[in-house]
Ligand binder design. Structure first.
Ligand code: FAD
Length: 321
């Protein structure tokens, strides 16, 4: 049976995050010929609605309100629930991002539905869809199927391929009125700590540094390599604890979970808590001077050596490509 699927588009600084396009692709698989409806929430989001349609949404609903300029779970849940009440969807897809992780349980509890979080793969379509998600910090995968009620999933960024962009696609864009009341949280100011550039959780290439990087200064060649490859810099908790970089860069069990195409770990030992955040990367390269380092167990390519010699060599090599 075909389904109507609501897909939340995430807008950051006026642009849609890639995970929104991946969520549309997941929505299409679930819809099985049904309708995929994009939902955009903010104070001024209509300008990106056409892009959602070009990536596969059949139509888009915008919910605009001055109180929705910054994300708050109170405001966004009221806005999203207004769309749910109006549309009565059979399925919902969010990105498994900071926003998605915060908002999805609230919506699921309002709907009294289940929630399959952090989906990395969908097997089958429509009624037969089976959702695959990592468990035990990525050491195993479970397959989940929904038998009844609203099917609600969050998808891990960088795992489900978006559909090809089709600039000729058109669809209806409508607005949903909402009265945002009883806001318990008001964001007064946003202070950015992470470095500007590619978003770590969506980066295709990550150059991560550990305690072996030894200082804040030691991260500079890693940043240079990341910039050269169009990627982002990440870190182990060891590096964050030592104050070499900001905690917003931490990857692992208590940091960000990433799945880039290429992950280069520099001076990271490969503790289980770090592996929990990166072991599903498509290609892992480890640079470590200890040949027994645990990181080599998950690496596709290992370089035993001093990162301060190896990283500059990689920079020179990539400059010639
Ligand atoms: P180390 O273990 O000290 O490793 C440094 C490595 O650098 C060594 O292998 C060394 O051989 C190598 N090295 C040194 N100099 C060089 C050089 N010049 N060139 C090449 N290699 C060099 N950790 C995380 O990363 N993320 C998490 O989310 C996380 N969550 C945690 C949650 C809990 C509850 C706990 C208890 C721990 C958590 N940790 C987490 C910490 C984790 O257990 C490790 O302590 C941490 O990952 C170690 O960081 P590291 O690999 O940078 O440092």
């Amino acid at each position: 049976m075909s389904k109507k699927v609501l897909v939340l588009g995430e807008v950051r600084e006026g642009s849609l995050r890639n995970v929104s396009f991946e969520a549309i692709a997941a929505g299409k698989t679930i819809a099985d010929g049904g309708e995929v409806v994009g939902v955009l929430i903010g104070d001024s989001v209509e300008n990106v609605s056409a892009e959602m349609i070009q990536y596969g949404a059949d139509r888009v609903i915008t919910v605009e309100h001055p109180h929705l300029k910054q994300y708050t779970s109170d405001g966004f849940s009221q806005a999203f629930m207004a769309c749910v009440d109006a549309e009565q969807p059979e399925a919902i897809v969010f990105g498994h991002t900071a926003l998605g992780k915060d908002l999805s349980p609230k919506i699921a509890s309002k709907l009294q539905s289940g929630l399959i979080s952090d989906v990395t793969k969908i097997e089958g379509e429509g009624e037969d869809a089976v959702f695959i998600r990592p468990i035990y910090s990525g050491k195993a995968f479970e397959k989940v199927k929904v038998k009844e009620g609203v099917l609600f999933i969050t998808i891990r960024p960088n795992n489900i391929a978006p559909l090809e962009k089709d600039e000729s696609r058109t669809g209806e864009v409508s607005s949903q009125a909402v009265d945002i009341t009883n806001l318990r949280t008001v964001i007064k100011e946003v202070v950015r700590k992470a470095s500007e550039g590619v978003d770590l959780s969506e980066a295709k290439v990550i150059i991560a540094g550990g305690r072996g990087v030894k200082s804040e200064e030691g991260f500079k060649p890693l940043q240079e390599l990341a910039t050269l490859l169009g990627g982002a810099v990440g870190a182990s908790r060891g590096a964050c604890d030592a104050d070499y970089c900001d905690y917003s860069l931490q990857i692992g069990q208590t940091g960000k979970v990433v799945t880039p195409d290429l992950y280069i770990a520099c001076g990271i030992s490969g503790a289980i808590q770090h592996l929990a955040g990166m072991s599903n990367s498509k290609i892992i390269v480890a640079i470590n001077k200890d040949p027994e380092a645990n990181i080599f167990k998950v690496a596709d390519y290992g370089i035993v050596g001093d990162l301060f010699e190896v990283v500059p060599m990689l920079i020179e090599e990539f400059k010639t490509i």
